[in-house]
Design a protein around this ligand. Sequence first.
Ligand SMILES: Nc1ncnc2c1ncn2[C@@H]1O[C@H](COP(=O)(O)OP(=O)(O)OP(=O)(O)O)[C@@H](O)[C@H]1O
Ligand SMILES: [Mg+2]
Length: 152
Amino acid sequence: MQKVYFVTNENEYKDISQSLAKNYESSAIFALTGGLGSGKTTFTRHLGKAYGTKSTIKSPTFTLHREHEIASKDGQKHYFNHIDLYRIEKKGEFDEIKITPMVKRENIVVIEWADKFKSEIMSMKKYAPIIWIHFEYVDENTRKLTIKEDKQ
Ligand SMILES: Nc1ncnc2c1ncn2[C@@H]1O[C@H](COP(=O)(O)OP(=O)(O)OP(=O)(O)O)[C@@H](O)[C@H]1O
Ligand SMILES: [Mg+2]
């Protein structure tokens, strides 16, 4: 299933995010692709709000991985994990982030620059659905989003 959106106003991410958060309640990997400034972090901020993150989502470029606690539905702590692969080159560094245990514990994972480790991410499909979202710059205020949902 593939959906295309032309987003001209950042508020439109709110509706898209709420619908995704409703469809993927327990664990999911949001694999974001697209060039510099195409909107990946902006979207992640809205997606985090839709999942009820308690802390502010900033660009994790220099930290690689930030976790944000989200509202608990079962008494356990669950996290919205924001990962940025921009500065990662080696597979060993990617493996150190340890994404698989995150999704096994019913957490949400958002990965910017997911195409850098596409096959490794695709192999996690057995643990959680993967939602690929590609961002393209159309003009100063417009971005084209192509969403492909890849369920088990
Ligand atoms: N429709 C839109 N969607 C998203 N961002 C937009 C839109 N219109 C304007 N912008 C602006 O474009 C910029 C997008 O930057 P953002 O950090 O979200 O991109 P990014 O894809 O995460 O980049 P990077 O690869 O550097 O991490 C922001 O300054 C944002 O305000
Ligand atoms: Mg970013």
